[in-house]
Design a binder for this molecule. Structure first.
Ligand SMILES: [Zn+2]
Length: 243
């Protein structure tokens, strides 16, 4: 039950602020990432051993099975929860990993990227957040380099919710497929949510091939967030990064 409650808060990004409208956590100052674990007993695992993001390096060769993507159009609304800009997704889109079906719940963005690949930071990273029936989580991460404008971002960006708490419906349902590279090779590691409550046991699937977004698209997102929304790199500890 606890797991289910936590998950609904995470997936729907409610609970971003308390009754007074004050953010419970942030990316700087007293409520910044260094203090997340101490802010609430619910966040204790933020100081755990299997946290995200990480610098992906020292890859272990593995026979990673292709991820089966079954994405339909389903992005219904775009909201600003004060920590990111997020598109909530209608049920009916999923991935299959390890023989388990994970439903796509939402996707959102971080600028600059949270994960690094062999020491490289990217200006933007998308997280496509999925949950299984049992409440296990799988996140597909996609990096963006600065370049051509991204078609998949256009509708959402045109309806960009500028203030924390703003939510705008999307007239045409967005497709998460537009946020996937053509080459679906990926890195895999065991990590956590990168925001409180920092739940561990998350399957991280990081696409090797980056997409592009225009300088304007990247700056637009950064302007709306007012500050970088990337958690700092976490210790890898004993975890292998597979490729
Ligand atoms: Zn994220």
């Amino acid at each position: 039950m606890k797991k289910a409650l936590c998950l609904s808060a995470v997936l729907l990004a409610s609970g971003a602020a308390n009754a007074e409208g004050e953010a419970k956590w942030g990316y700087s100052g007293d409520k910044g990432p260094e203090n997340w674990a101490a802010l609430s007993p619910d966040n204790a695992i933020c100081s755990g051993k299997n946290q995200s993001p990480i610098n992906l390096t020292g890859f272990i060769e593995a026979e990673l099975q292709p991820i089966t993507f079954d994405y339909q159009k389903g992005g219904q609304e775009i909201l600003n929860n004060g920590h990111t800009v997020q598109v909530n997704y209608a049920s009916g889109s999923s991935i299959e990993v390890d023989g388990i079906n994970f439903d796509l719940k939402q996707f959102h963005f971080h600028a600059p990227s949270e994960n690094h690949i062999e020491g490289k930071s990217y200006p933007l990273e998308a997280h496509l957040v999925h949950a299984s029936e049992e409440g296990d989580l799988a996140v597909v991460a996609v990096m963006f380099e600065e370049g051509e404008a991204n078609e998949g971002l256009k509708q959402g960006w045109a309806n960009m919710p500028e203030q924390a708490g703003d939510e705008h419906p999307l007239s045409e349902q967005a497709s998460a497929s537009a946020l996937l590279p053509s080459d679906r090779d990926y890195y895999r590691f065991n990590g956590s949510l990168t925001t409180p409550p920092c739940t561990q046991g998350v399957r991280w699937l990081v696409m090797k091939q980056p997409l592009t977004a225009s300088q304007e698209q990247i700056e637009r997102f950064a302007d709306v967030l007012h500050e970088p929304n990337n958690r700092s790199l976490q210790p890898v500890n004993a975890r292998p990064v597979l490729q």
